[in-house]
Design a protein around this ligand. Structure first.
Ligand SMILES: *Cc1c(COP(=O)(O)O)cnc(C)c1O
Length: 426
C-alpha cells in the first residue's frame, strides 16, 4: 500500500478497518494536555493492555455467586469454579496453536517458568547447558540461574548466550542456529522469548525448534510478548513447553493469570519430575483426597492450586473478544498499523532515512516483529520521552535509551499512530 503522511489518509484507513468497532469495547485512559482532558494515545498495550468494558460484568457474576452461594459456587455457580480452568482451553489453544489438552491457565508467568524448568531442565551427563538470548528479560534469566543452582551447578558454566554481531542490535537466526550446533552435545535446553521485550524482534521459532528437535534438545518458549500479538503454532512446531502472561496483549488486568503449554508428546510422561498439588491431580478423585498424587494427563497435570477465579474472570472476558476478532484478522491489521507507523517515523524528505534524533531498532521485516517498534533515541531521549508524555502519549521508556511503542490492533487507530508520529517529529 502506498502511504500518505496526512490525517485524512489515516482516517481513511480507520474507516476501512474491518476491526474498527473493537476499540469501543475498551476503556481508553484520559490524560490532561494543555489543561484539557482528552483520550490518551495509548501505545503501551505491550506492558499493560487496556480494560475491556465487559470485565466488570464477568467479575460481577463471580462476586454474586460468591455472595449468594458461598462454597456452593464451586459446583453450582453459573461458571462452576471447580472447573474454571476448563473454560479457557478452547480460546487459549487457538491463540497459541495447540490442542485443548496441551494448555492450561494458572499462576503467574515466572512461577510457571520455574515449574516448567523443574520438569524440562534435566541436566545429565555432558548435557547441562541452557542457551538463551543475551538480552533476555531479567525475570527469566533469574529463574534460569536459580534452576541451574538447584541442580548444584554453576550458572556461569551452564548458560550459553547468543549475542548480536558487532554494531547490530538484533539477533540473526543463522547465528542462533550456529550457536546451538556449536554446543549441541552440551545443551540440555534452549529457552527463548519468542519476541524480545526490548527490541521487539520476533524470532524464527519454527526454525530454532527444528534444530533443537534434530539434536534432541528440549526447547521452551516464553510468549509474554508474543501471545495475542503474533500467530503461533506451538503444536506443529514441536515446541516442548511454553508459558505466557495475560496482562500484556491479552488485556486481562494487572498481574493477570498466566498459562502454560506442554506438548502432547509429554502429556502422559508421568516420570517427569514436577511440583505437585491437588489441582493437578486426577479430577475424579480430587475431592476423595487420595494420599498419593496421580497427575492428570496433559498440561492440566502441572496445576498446583485451585483457580484464582476473580482474576480469571477478567481473562475470560478478554478472551471472548479475541475469539470474536480472531488472530488472523488482528495480525493483518497489526502489520499494516505498525507498517504505517514505521513509515511515518522515517524521514520521507530524506529518502526514507531515519532522522538523526532517533532510529527504529526493531527489524524491518514484518516476519521478524509483532506490533511493537523500539525507538532508540539520542542523548536527550529521556527529555523527549517526557515531552511525549506531556503531549498525551502513553508509551514506555527502557534504560538506557529506548522508547517502546506498541500500536495494538484491537484498540489503536491509524489516527493514533499518525498523531504520535507528528508529536514525535515536533
Ligand atoms: C512481562 C514479562 C515477564 C513478567 O513476569 P511475571 O512473572 O508476569 O511478573 C517475564 N518475562 C518476560 C519475557 C516478560 O516479557
Amino acid at each position: 500500500m502506498k502511504f500518505e503522511n496526512s490525517l485524512a489518509f489515516a482516517r481513511t484507513l480507520d474507516k476501512s478497518d474491518p476491526l474498527k468497532n473493537f476499540r469501543k469495547l475498551f476503556y481508553i485512559p484520559k490524560v490532561k494536555v494543555d489543561g484539557k482532558k482528552q483520550e490518551a494515545i495509548y501505545l503501551c498495550g505491550n506492558s499493560l493492555g487496556l480494560q475491556p468494558k465487559s470485565v466488570e460484568g464477568h467479575l460481577k457474576v463471580e462476586l454474586n455467586d460468591w455472595k449468594k452461594l458461598g462454597v456452593e459456587g464451586h459446583l453450582h455457580g453459573k461458571n462452576p469454579w471447580f472447573y474454571y480452568h476448563h473454560f479457557f482451553s478452547k480460546s487459549v489453544s487457538k491463540l497459541v496453536g495447540a490442542k485443548a489438552t496441551e494448555v492450561v491457565v494458572m499462576n503467574q508467568l515466572t512461577v510457571n517458568l520455574n515449574l516448567l524448568l523443574i520438569s524440562f531442565y534435566r541436566p545429565a551427563g555432558k548435557r547441562k547447558k541452557i542457551l538463551v538470548q543475551a538480552n533476555e528479560f531479567p525475570s527469566d534469566y533469574y529463574a534460569i540461574e536459580q534452576q541451574i543452582k538447584l541442580h548444584g551447578l554453576n550458572p556461569e558454566e551452564c548458560i550459553v548466550e547468543v549475542t548480536p554481531r558487532k554494531n547490530e542490535v538484533t539477533l540473526r537466526t543463522e547465528d542462533i542456529i550456529a550457536k546451538i550446533e556449536e554446543h549441541k552435545e552440551e545443551l540440555a535446553l534452549v529457552m527463548f522469548s519468542a519476541v524480545n521485550y526490548y527490541t521487539g524482534q520476533l524470532f524464527e521459532i519454527e526454525k530454532i525448534a527444528h534444530v533443537c528437535c534434530k539434536h534432541k534438545i528440549t526447547f521452551g518458549v516464553d510468549l509474554a510478548h508474543a501471545i495475542g500479538n503474533v500467530e503461533l503454532k506451538l503444536h506443529d512446531w514441536n515446541i516442548d513447553f511454553a508459558t505466557w502472561c495475560s496482562y500484556k496483549y491479552l488485556n486481562s488486568g494487572p498481574g493477570g493469570v498466566s498459562g502454560v503449554f506442554v506438548h502432547e508428546y509429554h502429556a502422559k510422561n508421568f516420570e517427569l519430575p514436577r511440583l505437585a498439588g491437588w489441582w493437578g491431580n486426577n479430577e475424579e478423585t480430587r475431592f476423595t483426597m487420595p494420599k498419593h498424587f496421580v497427575p492428570q494427563p496433559g498440561a492440566a497435570g502441572w496445576q498446583i492450586s485451585n483457580a484464582p477465579v476473580l482474576s480469571m474472570a477478567a481473562h475470560k472476558a478478554s478472551l471472548e473478544i479475541f475469539d470474536k476478532a480472531g488472530m488472523k484478522a488482528l495480525r493483518k491489521k497489526s502489520e499494516l498499523l505498525t507498517g504505517y507507523l514505521e513509515w511515518l517515523l522515517l524521514d520521507q524528505e530524506q529518502k526514507n532515512k531515519s532522522p538523526k534524533e532517533y532510529r527504529v531498532i526493531t527489524p524491518k521485516s514484518k516476519n521478524e516483529r509483532g506490533c511493537q517498534l523500539s525507538i532508540q533515541t539520542g542523548k536527550n531521549g529521556k527529555q523527549l520521552f517526557q515531552k511525549l508524555t506531556k503531549a498525551g502519549v502513553i508509551a514506555d521508556w527502557r534504560e538506557p535509551d529506548v522508547i517502546r511503542v506498541a500500536p495494538v490492533p484491537l484498540y489503536n487507530t491509524f489516527e493514533n499512530v499518525f498523531r504520535f508520529a507528528q508529536i514525535l517529529r515536533k
